[in-house]
Unconditional design. Structure first.
Lengths: 128, 128
DNA sequence: CGTAGTCGATTACAGGTGTAGACATTGAGA
DNA sequence: TCTCAATGTCTACACCTGTAATCGACTACG
């Protein structure tokens, strides 16, 4: 099957900020996206437009004409993006072992009590 | 305190491959590093030398003169690098919640039975 | 003592990324 | 209908990254 964006086209950090806006609420116009992201990052409208174009080129976004302008919507689900990035990290740093990542976070004391409790609950759920 | 490489200077993917060799065994000469990494990545010696230089510039490596050449050693611990990258991911994708990352991996069925067992054991250990 | 090999440093160059201005088109209001 | 504002596209440019060739210095062998 013709896979569209398997992972070949990576989404950069700045681009992700744009995606986040659209993952939160879509479709949006370029202006709406800019309103949502530009202030926090100190971007101008032009910057947001560039990022939108690049994301369309990467097939991470799709456009639908709306009068004279475009409505942008994500083509990749946030969950898929998150999964891809997470797996990449686990592969690159922990030899593909998610448990390795956990062990490391634990050792680095990067797990809060809340984290532990939640993970515990999650495990219980999974084991059911 | 004058912090040397708090996180300002990121280590890129290719650079990490070089670091891995030195994390595994250090100090090493440029040639030894190349022997360890170049074949697997299809790199020439020149490429490895460039990466070593950049890592020294980024203060991720330090050099000790050994006759006419250098011995390279890591200045950043692998664990610290792993922690930094992991935290970055958790922040960027899961709002800083490590449990969120776990929940996501679970949902994406990216956790093997072995992972679950190991995490379980780890939790038990932590709770002790 | 000269010459070749070795080694770090310098330079190169294409592609990606962050950031943005300029330009062209077009629709809407005057 | 003419003009202005909005909107997408094109162009720009510096820095980072991947990948590597070349240069200059020094050492060791002949």
């Amino acid at each position: 099957m013709a896979d569209d964006n398997p992972q070949g086209e990576r989404i950069s950090e700045a681009e992700q900020a744009v995606m986040e806006a659209l993952w939160a609420r879509a479709p949006l116009t370029a202006n709406e996206v800019a309103d949502a992201v530009a202030p926090a990052r100190g971007w101008t409208l032009a910057t947001v437009k560039t990022l939108l174009s690049r994301l369309v080129a990467k097939q991470a976004l799709e456009t639908a004409p709306d009068g004279k302008r475009f409505l942008y919507s994500p083509r990749v689900a946030r969950a898929d993006f998150a999964t891809g990035e997470s797996k990449r990290l686990v592969d690159r740093l922990f030899g593909g072992s998610a448990a390795g990542l956990f062990a490391h976070l634990a050792e680095a004391e990067a797990l809060t009590d809340k984290d532990l409790t939640q993970i515990e609950a999650l495990l219980k759920e999974l084991r059911k």
